[in-house]
Design a protein around this ligand. Structure first.
Ligand SMILES: C[S@@+](CC[C@H](N)C(=O)[O-])C[C@H]1O[C@@H](n2cnc3c(N)ncnc32)[C@H](O)[C@@H]1O
Length: 209
């Protein structure tokens, strides 16, 4: 995508209300890393969740709660979102903003390492799983998504292009290899139908068959 196309799309779809703008500003000011999704990626998640009539969503990687609040806003009144975060200070910050967004009864932040938390969810069914955390376990997150997301539901992952390292032909570290392997499964595992949306750092999306 050209820079101008990106600017055009961002200009149209990046409106942020006061709460999300304040979350981003306070996160920056208080040392939470500036790695939340962009406002237009938030819109993309909302479109996808609305399209499948999602009621239950699982997120790996809460940070300050930006994406969780965006996604929860696309759920019906009885919708629920569970988000997993390894850093207690990120979780605490997120809970504060989730409360300000009046979403505390719909969003649960569970503190822990995702690979330790996910087994406790075995047997539950989600309409979508948004993966936005550490990269090394991505192939394992993919397998967990297949256990936890219902047929017709969505597996979504941010950073599918990994800053271009997945295709630069030079980088071969563990994280890059894991993103490549995740993308390979999203493209050719017969249990899903997937694609990478080439926006920002790439958003991988797959429907579970
Ligand atoms: C890119 S940020 C998430 C951004 C968030 N989804 C948003 O857009 O607002 C990644 C988050 O994942 C968390 N994280 C990293 N490894 C994790 C793990 N193994 N289990 C749970 N959380 C993890 C980090 O602490 C960080 O807060």
């Amino acid at each position: 995508m050209t820079d101008r196309a990106g600017e055009y799309i961002t200009g149209l779809f990046s409106a942020e209300d006061e709460l999300l703008a304040s979350l981003r500003e306070e996160a920056d000011r208080t040392g939470i890393p500036p790695i939340a999704i962009s406002a237009d990626e938030g819109r993309l998640l909302q479109v996808l969740l609305t399209a499948i009539h999602a009621r239950r969503v699982l997120e790996v990687g809460t940070l300050g709660g930006y994406s969780a609040i965006c996604m929860a806003r696309a759920l019906p009144p009885d919708g629920r979102l569970l988000t997993i975060e390894i850093e207690p200070n990120h979780a605490e910050f997120a809970r504060k903003y989730i409360a300000r967004a009046s979403q505390s009864d719909r969003i649960e932040v569970r503190v822990g390492r995702a690979l330790d938390v996910l087994p406790a969810l075995d047997g539950e069914r989600f309409d979508a799983m948004f993966i936005d955390a550490d990269k090394e376990p991505l192939p394992t997150y993919f397998e967990w998504a297949l256990r936890l997301v219902r047929p017709g539901g969505l597996i979504i992952a941010d950073n599918a292009l990994w800053g271009g390292r997945v295709f630069d032909g030079e980088t071969d570290d563990e994280k890059t290899r894991a993103v490549r392997e995740f993308n390979r499964r999203m493209s050719s595992d017969p249990r899903v139908l997937g694609i990478i949306v080439p926006t920002h750092d790439g958003v991988a999306v797959a429907v579970v068959r």
